[in-house]
Design a binder for this molecule. Structure first.
Ligand SMILES: *Cc1c(COP(=O)(O)O)cnc(C)c1O
Length: 432
């Protein structure tokens, strides 16, 4: 039997087997595809060197981190805990960069300082963050990087645009002179300049940011040695969407960085921080159809995993492909793959007590029916594009549901449990 789609190594048989072995809902990841995407990013064309940092918030399971780091990628962490988590997964501190909205003071300051001495790279995201670490960095000769807010950004929804003036990530250009003044007073120089414009960015905007950022460096950062263009490389989760072209973007970046060298005599190393691009299409949320209902408007199929395993439709109106596997193991595909065979339309709803608990919402939060072959109770409903920002971003204990297990389909086609299902006792263990 073939794979679920033309990029996956995961078959209906593997999914059925995982569901039987570990129960539903669960997440399953395709090891081969994670490796393929990691390789592709490592081969991005560049002028004077490239570091690929996987944005670990996309999927921070230890097994996933190990796999990616073993391929030569470094990590971008969004919190001090993510740094600690990566270290517990065996990642060397000097391969981790911290870019966070957190301010690290008081009892955690000591932890941060130890990590900095051990090689952690720290991307300052505000003037206050710099002040909190300034004396220590100056005394210990530790370089800090800086995340710049460029004033323009792009994302698949307004809530994922991190570069425009509706969001507050990084140091705004308007604050730069104050920041430079402080840094100069301490003798701190910035060698790493970073911009991340948003998730699922428009490719033209991603390209445009390369020029914007290089201009910012030319004007404000005479000591810069590294330029990070951040993440946001778009993945095509739904058929008909197009993914970012890594080679094309790399070629553009290479040409602009070479032009920068000709103009300034400075050779910049480049970094990128893909999260989605590495992990999104490797993962599937596997659920079981537990009920069917109708309203005057739509059919509904109800699954045993919804917003508590994939909150993206509710948060962003994101669209995910849906595959149905009948109990006898036949794939009954939903309409986005082949419209003609389908005679049935249904909204895919979860089991939470929440009308927004639907996998098929539009941007306004309306439940939209998808075409599909009529499924039966007991069939498996698979949500694709669920390798990034699903498990890691799930409000999993809502309605007291348990956090779902994670399974890896390895390159030699073995199913490996990489996280167990949470127990009810674990859910309650900290209550007193
Ligand atoms: C989230 C994030 C990324 C990754 O974004 P994707 O859209 O998943 O590629 C990269 N860099 C930073 C700083 C981030 O916060």
């Amino acid at each position: 039997m073939g794979a679920l789609n033309n990029f996956s190594n995961i078959t209906p048989k593997a999914i059925t087997e995982a569901a039987e072995r570990y129960g539903t809902p669960l997440y399953i990841y395709d090891e081969a595809l994670i490796l393929e995407r990691s390789n592709e990013c490592m081969k991005m064309p560049n002028a004077y060197g490239l570091t690929v940092r996987y944005a670990m918030k996309a999927n921070s399971n230890k097994a996933v981190l190990k796999l990616i780091v073993d391929k030569g990628l470094h990590l971008d962490a969004s919190s001090l805990n993510e740094v600690l988590r990566a270290r517990l997964a065996g990642v060397k501190t000097d391969k981790i960069m911290l870019t966070t909205q957190e301010t690290i003071s008081d009892e955690r300051r000591g932890t941060l300082q130890e990590l900095l001495c051990d090689g952690l790279k720290y991307n300052i995201c505000s003037l206050h963050q710099l002040r909190l670490v300034g004396d220590f960095a100056a005394q210990n000769n530790i370089d800090v990087g800086i995340r710049i807010h460029p004033g323009v950004g792009s994302g698949e929804s307004a809530t994922r645009n991190t570069g425009d003036d509706y969001s507050c990530f990084g140091v705004h250009l308007a604050d730069l002179s104050e920041l430079h003044e402080y840094a100069a007073s301490k003798g701190i120089v910035f060698r790493h300049i970073h911009v991340h414009i948003g998730s699922g960015a428009d490719t033209d905007m991603w390209r445009q940011n390369i020029d914007i950022e290089l201009n910012i460096i030319k004007e404000h950062f005479p000591n810069a040695e590294t330029v990070s263009f951040g993440g946001g490389l778009k993945e095509a989760r739904m058929p008909g969407e197009s993914a970012a072209d890594i080679t094309l973007l790399g070629n553009y970046a290479k040409q602009r960085i070479e032009a920068f060298y000709e103009e300034t005599g400075r050779k910049l190393k480049m970094e990128i921080e893909p999260g989605t691009y590495i992990a999104a299409n490797s993962g599937y949320a596997v659920t079981r159809l537990i009920d069917k209902k109708k309203t005057a408007r739509s059919n509904f199929i109800i699954t045993d995993g919804g917003m508590e395993i994939n909150s993206r439709p509710l948060l962003y109106g994101s669209k995910h492909p849906i595959y149905i596997i009948s109990q006898c193991g036949t794939k009954l595909v939903s309409s986005e793959f082949s419209a003609k065979e389908h005679d049935f339309e249904a909204v895919v709803a979860g089991k939470c007590c929440e009308s927004g608990d639907c996998q098929t919402l539009d941007m306004d939060g309306h439940a939209i029916a998808r075409k599909m072959t009529q499924p039966e109770i007991g069939d498996i409903v698979v949500i694709g594009g669920a390798g990034a920002y699903c498990s890691s971003m799930a409000p999993y204990n809502y309605n007291s549901h348990q956090q779902a297990p994670e399974v890896m389909l390895t390159c030699d086609e073995e199913l490996k449990l990489i996280r167990k299902r949470q127990t009810l006792e674990q859910m309650l263990e900290n209550e007193i």
